[in-house]
Design a protein around this ligand. Structure first.
Ligand SMILES: NC(=O)c1ccc[n+]([C@@H]2O[C@H](COP(=O)([O-])OP(=O)(O)OC[C@H]3O[C@@H](n4cnc5c(N)ncnc54)[C@H](O)[C@@H]3O)[C@@H](O)[C@H]2O)c1
Length: 245
């Protein structure tokens, strides 16, 4: 579905980002593994190449404009173009707001929201020149608000504003900008949740189960492919029906 396309996936050293990178590589994309953890970048790059995929690892901290400039230069040198950007790098620093430090607020906003903006800004000149591009920003069901997550929810709802505004700016240039909002997904993070709390969380999901990394990856695949060519500025919730806005 993505044969020959060049796709940058941020935060692809593990979890959902790694799942997206591996799926895109199986679909024929040349994938750029981009994460702030160098060992993870190397592991995922190696794994994809061993499975006969095409991958380039570039250690990148998405909060640093110089790292992002280096990333784009390396990708253009190596692959000659950029077709797809998946803004997946994200963190949580959960704490009730009366105890949240300014650093906890800033870090989450910087990585999740500003990092996504900086990466969009860096790939847009290439996409505008070729009148083609697909940007998928990873939001979260937490955008609707959760206690202890004022920073995270603000960043993930901010991503929706970024997505819609950018979609309106670049639609005429053949660039689609959409968001995916995963709900409760089976990752290292959710495996740390105590079983009794997990049970309660799953009870309120109409499909009565957690989602998988693969289910998020296949939604990103649809939005990164030409199968979604007339869809832009949208948020697709991958959450088993938990939220129906
Ligand atoms: N896991 C879930 O249930 C869930 C639900 C909704 C949304 N999400 C979102 O999906 C995305 C991926 O989540 P995950 O569960 O796979 O998380 P994860 O913690 O397993 O992976 C995130 C990756 O991002 C990288 N990263 C962190 N800061 C970075 C930075 N400054 N620069 C570059 N890379 C950085 C980390 O090193 C890590 O490899 C996040 O944006 C998260 O908010 C996850």
């Amino acid at each position: 579905m993505l044969k020959g396309k060049v796709a940058i996936i941020t935060g692809s050293g593990q979890g959902i980002g790694k799942g997206i990178a591996c799926r895109f590589a199986r679909e024929g994309a040349k994938v750029v593994i981009c994460d702030m953890k160098e060992d993870l970048v190397k592991q995922v790059e190696k794994r994809i190449i061993e499975q006969n995929g095409i991958a380039l690892g570039v250690m990148t901290d998405v909060t640093k404009a110089a790292d992002i400039k280096n990333l784009v230069e390396k990708v253009l040198d190596h692959f000659g173009t950029i077709d797809i950007l998946i803004n997946n790098a994200g963190i949580t620093r959960d704490v009730m707001s009366h105890r949240m430090s300014e650093e906890q607020w800033d870090l989450v906003i910087d990585i999740n929201l500003k990092g996504s903006f900086l990466c969009c800004q860096a790939v847009l000149p290439t996409m505008r020149d070729k009148n083609y591009g697909k940007i998928v920003n990873i939001s979260s069901a937490a955008r609707f608000g959760n206690p202890g997550q004022v920073n995270y929810a603000a960043s993930k709802e901010g991503i929706v504003g970024l997505t819609r505004s950018l979609a309106k700016e670049v639609g005429a240039k053949g660039i689609n900008v959409n968001a995916v909002a995963p709900g409760f997904i089976e990752t290292a993070m959710s495996k740390a949740v105590p079983p009794e709390i997990l049970k309660e969380k799953v009870k309120i999901i109409p499909m009565l189960r957690q989602g998988t990394v693969e289910e998020v990856a296949s939604t990103c695949l649809f939005l990164a492919s030409d199968e979604s060519s007339f869809i832009t500025g949208q948020v697709i919730h991958v959450d088993g029906g938990r939220y129906m806005p």
